[in-house]
Design a protein around this ligand. Structure first.
Ligand code: NAD
Ligand code: IPM
Ligand code: MN
Length: 357
């Protein structure tokens, strides 16, 4: 029995709706296993800008640092997406959080539940058995380099930078993880063009001999985008830079059936942050139809990685499996064969998770 302090940071749009479900799941687990989880909430993104003018208020950051783990929703608002001149933006809150908490490793498991084989637009025989774990570097690359305008604003630039140290620490995490899985690591870069990628490949090649039991392959990012759809089963652990990892994992979400199924863990030097890979999805916000399972599976990662509660984490994952086996679907993972009465909204999906825990 353990006592833990969890900070819930729902953010914007469907972040609010799905994080409420993730929190209920943590609470149910605490009750079942006799743990004491205490919760606090904090603002981020558009919600924080409206209240304080700052997408990551100091108070939020301080609470994050003082928590045992953070359950995060999503940030974003169409108001900024359609206004390229906005100086203060919700996404700055997310990026600052990653930098300030030193969250350099973003784990994005592409877990295909057998029941969802038909939910993907990829053929079933190509998909069956796919199981990939992405290690996306999260605090470097073009996201964090110098950016600006020159030539009276007519030229814009974003500098991509990586240090040897940054590449090595994420690569080691990926190698270590591959050792616990199918012992295959694919390092993805664009070393035929980019200097940052040449450093990336040099570093991975240099440390690879320390992991003789891990079979390493190198792929270019464009080819990887193709191979993920052609033959997802060929991948086990994938390690890549911030921007490539962002794009490839949205693509890979279609292996799992939907963006609404993909959880993530952002880990590094201090408090871990657990969040769906999807955004605030304003096209469906307020409709009560968002799939909450990415948040639920993020809660499962939180239990496992930050709290070392393997059994609790597995119970959450098996509850998701059972509700899918019972035929329940949110609309994003329903297919032509799903009866209308089995298509549930966000809260009702959450109730089914609790029911099967
Ligand atoms: P998005 O992930 O919000 O949505 C992409 C598509 O997937 C939409 O059609 C949406 O309805 C669907 N979708 C996403 N999550 C779903 C779920 N749980 N259930 C059912 N359907 C789901 O990406 P976008 O539309 O490109 O971006 C919207 C906003 O979110 C932008 O402001 C962007 O900056 C922000 N964003 C934030 C994060 C984050 O906070 N980590 C991630 C991605 C995008
Ligand atoms: C994600 C998002 C963020 C990213 C944005 C909102 C800054 O797309 O978490 O995947 O690009 O990292
Ligand atoms: Mn993304």
């Amino acid at each position: 029995m353990a006592s833990k302090q969890i900070l819930v940071v729902p953010g914007d749009g469907i972040g609010q709706e799905v994080t409420a479900v993730g929190k209920k799941v943590l609470d149910k687990i605490a009750g079942k296993f006799g743990h004491t989880f205490t919760y606090d909430e904090a603002l981020v993104g558009h919600a924080a800008i409206e209240a304080t003018g700052n997408p990551l208020p100091d108070e939020t950051l301080a609470k994050m640092k003082n928590s045992d783990a953070v359950l995060f929703g999503a940030v974003g608002h169409p108001k900024y997406d359609n206004d390229p001149s906005a100086k203060v933006r919700p996404e700055q809150g997310l990026l600052k959080m990653r930098k300030e908490l030193g969250l350099y490793a973003n784990l994005r498991p592409i877990k295909l539940f057998d029941e969802l084989l038909g939910a993907s637009s990829i053929k079933e025989d190509i998909l069956r058995g796919a199981d990939i774990l992405f290690f996306r570097e999260l605090t470097g690359d073009i996201y964090f380099g110098e950016k600006g305008r020159k030539n009276n604003g007519d030229t814009a630039y974003d500098l991509a930078e990586y240090s040897r140290f940054e590449v090595e620490r994420i690569a080691r995490k990926a190698f270590d993880s591959a050792r616990t899985r199918r012992k295959k690591l694919c390092s993805v870069d664009k070393a035929n063009v980019l200097e940052t990628s040449r450093l990336w490949r040099e570093v991975v090649q240099k440390i690879a001999p320390e992991y003789p039991d891990v079979e390493v392959e190198y792929q270019f990012v464009d080819a990887t985008a193709m191979l993920l759809i052609k033959d997802p089963k060929r991948f086990d652990v994938v390690v890549t830079a911030n921007l490539f990892g962002d794009i490839l994992t949205d693509e890979a979400s279609q292996i799992a059936g939907s963006m609404g199924m993909l959880a993530s863990a952002s880990i590094g030097d201090g408090t871990g942050v657990y969040e769906p890979i999807h955004g605030s999805a304003h096209d469906i916000t307020g409709k009560g139809i968002a799939n909450p399972l990415a948040s639920v599976l993020s809660a499962a990662l939180l239990l496992d990685i930050s709290f070392g509660m393997k059994e609790e984490s597995e119970l959450v994952i098996s509850a998701v499996d059972k509700l899918l086996k019972a035929g329940f679907r949110s609309s994003d993972i329903a297919d032509a064969g799903t009866p209308a009465e089995k298509i549930l909204g966000t809260e009702a999906m959450g109730e089914q998770v609790l029911n099967f825990i």
